[in-house]
Every structure is written in C-alpha cells, then in structure tokens.
Design a protein around this ligand. Structure first.
Ligand SMILES: Nc1ncnc2c1ncn2[C@@H]1O[C@H](COP(=O)(O)OP(=O)(O)OP(=O)(O)O)[C@@H](O)[C@H]1O
Ligand code: SF4
Ligand SMILES: [Mg+2]
Length: 336
C-alpha cells in the first residue's frame, strides 16, 4: 500500500479479570491479540467477525478510549499510542467515532445543536458564533433541518439520531471516522439511507472510515478492504472483490455461507460450511489455530501450531495451514 493514514501494528488489548478467590490464578481476556493492518487515506477498511471477536475493542484502542497492552496505533505518522496530554488532545480531533446505538450515545438532556457543538467546544475550536454556524452547516449536510437544532434527542427518529451522531463526529473535521456498527440498530430501509449518507460524505470530504460490522452485506456495499476477525486475531484480509469472489479461510466460508445471497460465485466448499456453537473463550483461546475447535478441516497440526497471517496474493492475507502458496485450497472430498 503506497500511502497510509491509520497504521495498527501488533495491537494487543488484554483485560485482567478480578480473581474469583484470593489465591486463584489471575485470568486475562485476550480481546485483541496481535492485530496489524494499514488503512489508506480516503478508503473504507471493514472489520467483520462474530460477537466477541474484538471489533469494538480495536475501535476503542484506536480512539484511545481503552488502554493498550502492547503494539502501536499511528495516524499519519503520529503514534497515537504514545501521545499524552495536550498532544493527545490535539490528535483526538483528527479521529472521531460513530456509535452503534443512536438512542444511548446522545445525551438526552442536551439539545441537538449543543450535541454537535460539544466536540468543538471540548477541543477549543472556533468561537461561539463559529460553532453555531458549523452546527447549522453540518445539520444540513447530514439531511436535517436547521430548525431541528433546538430539539432534544427523543424528538428524533432512530435514523435522524444517527444523523446527529454523524454531524457530531464530523464537527472537528476529522480525517478518520471509526464507525462501530453504525446501522445495526436501525430498520433496513433506514440503514440504506445512512450508508448512502456516509458514502456521500466520504466522497465530499475525502474521509477515511474504519467500519465495523457483523453484517457482510453492509461491508460488501461500503468497504474497499476487509479484515475478518476471530477470537482477537485477523484470520483473513483482502480487498472486497477478493474476499467475496475468492474467500480462502474456512471461517470466512462459514460466515459467507450463513448469508446465501452473498458471494454466489465463491468456491465450492464455502457453500457447505455451517458454524456450530459459540466461539471459545478469549480467556483461554485454543492452542494452535484458534478456529480449530470449530473447523471441519482441522488436522493434528492445527491444534498445536498457530498458522501465521501470511500474504498469498498481493494484498490477500490468510492465517490457515490448509491454504497453499498462491492461495491454493486443496480439494476436500464431500465438500466441493
Ligand atoms: N472492559 C472489559 N473487561 C473485560 N472483558 C472485556 C472488556 N471489554 C470487552 N471485553 C471482552 O473482550 C472480548 C471482545 O469484546 P468486543 O466488545 O471487542 O467484541 P465485538 O467483536 O465488538 O463484539 P460485538 O459484535 O458483540 O459487539 C469479549 O470477550 C468481551 O467480553
Ligand atoms: S489452520 Fe486448520 S483449523 Fe485453522 S482454519 Fe485452517 S484448516 Fe481450519
Ligand atoms: Mg462490538
């Protein structure tokens, strides 16, 4: 990749748990456990995976809203993970977040206009008149009316509230917007409107999105490049075309086979994989390949040797012992 805006390197976020009893061993949730990826400016990088795979934790780490156990997060050459005090505050205006739930993420006691102005106020941007003017401009850009600036969040619909959330996120003119499941709490018809708005704003302002979703349809619509996460690690990463036309990881096959309308032209085995049960606990991830307890192809070495994430085609990374050089997937009798 020639240019990089966001660079995440070997990121680890572990949460120590309280001991159940005074002398019990301390347990740790390995929510994110060695994740690396780069995002080019003006593009949308998607992260998909089941509940609990670590998607939100990556978002929070990029936003510096959770402590990082190891690794680094850099924005346009500035290492966010090493900044403190005033320099961190200055960097913060370059990265903003859109949250999943437009009902709980807006302060119910503040008027919509004040909600949009608040990030500018916190970061000391513009004077009062400047902030008000910017809030009016943003409201129009996200498809709301100026007279609605005076209303409280409960006076808006879910889709309108998410528009307020988007206006608020754009208030500081960020370069990177982290979107954590921004449409999953909305009706399908409203989802399309919000996704179109995000696409339009990206085109207009050259925004870069880190877009988190468990919905592969949404990701296929919006993302240029996609990382598939399983238990705190990336198991496959590719461009949208490569991921949907030629998915290589058994876990990606399973995710795609759960959505029949997607990836019809994908390779044979993909259509037959069913994911059974829940993922194992990130407190004690399985030895070897973390997917080995649910993978229909698991062999002895999968249970002892962790497959490294390696590039098999330009830009297509995969962590699976099964996949050969150049992305060759062996024929599995009964599955093709
Ligand atoms: N503060 C915390 N303390 C302990 N464990 C945590 C904490 N935050 C998250 N976790 C755990 O880390 C793992 C990853 O959580 P995370 O919220 O990042 O998943 P997710 O992929 O966003 O899931 P979802 O799709 O449900 O939003 C989960 O096992 C979760 O229980
Ligand atoms: S490494 Fe083994 S267990 Fe893991 S996904 Fe590949 S075949 Fe399945
Ligand atoms: Mg989440």
């Amino acid at each position: 990749m020639s240019e990089t805006l966001l660079s995440v390197g070997d990121l680890r976020v572990h949460f120590p748990l309280r001991r159940a009893m005074p002398f019990a061993p301390r347990r740790t949730v390995r929510a994110v456990d060695g994740v690396s990826f780069d995002v080019a400016p003006g593009t949308t990088f998607g992260i998909v995976g089941e509940s609990g795979s670590g998607k939100t934790t990556i978002a929070l780490a990029v936003m510096r809203l959770t402590d990082i156990t190891g690794g680094r997060v850099a924005l346009g050459g500035d290492e966010l993970s090493a900044l403190h005090g005033e320099r961190l505050r200055a960097a913060r205006k370059r990265v903003q977040m859109i949250f999943q739930d437009p009902y709980s993420s807006l302060n119910p006691r503040m008027r919509a206009g004040a909600i949009v102005e608040e990030p500018m106020q916190l970061m000391g941007l513009e004077d009062d008149a400047g902030r008000k003017a910017r809030a009016r401009e943003l409201f129009t850009q996200v498809g709301l009316r100026e007279d609605q600036l005076q209303l409280f969040p409960h006076q808006f619909s879910g889709g309108q509230r998410q528009r307020i959330g988007i206006a608020r996120a754009l208030a500081t003119k960020p370069e990177l917007v982290v979107c954590d499941e921004p449409v999953s709490a909305l009706d399908v018809a409203i989802q399309a409107q919000i996704l179109n708005l995000l696409t339009e704003l990206q085109r207009q302002y050259g925004l870069t999105y880190l877009f988190i979703s468990h919905d592969l349809g949404v990701v296929q619509y919006l993302c240029d490049e996609i990382a598939v996460m399983y238990l705190g690690r990336i198991v496959e990463q590719a461009t949208r075309e490569a991921l949907f036309e030629n998915p290589l990881h058994p876990y990606t096959w399973a995710l795609l086979s759960a959505v029949p309308r997607l990836g019809r032209r994908r390779r044979g085995a993909a259509s037959r994989i069913r994911l059974e049960g829940d993922p194992p606990s990130p407190i004690n991830p399985p030895a070897g390949c973390r997917f080995s307890t649910r993978c229909p192809f698991a062999e002895a070495r999968c249970r002892s040797e962790e497959p490294p994430l390696r590039e098999v085609h330009a830009g297509h990374r995969i962590a699976c012992h099964l996949v050969g050089e150049g992305g060759a997937v062996p024929h599995r009798p009964g599955l093709d």
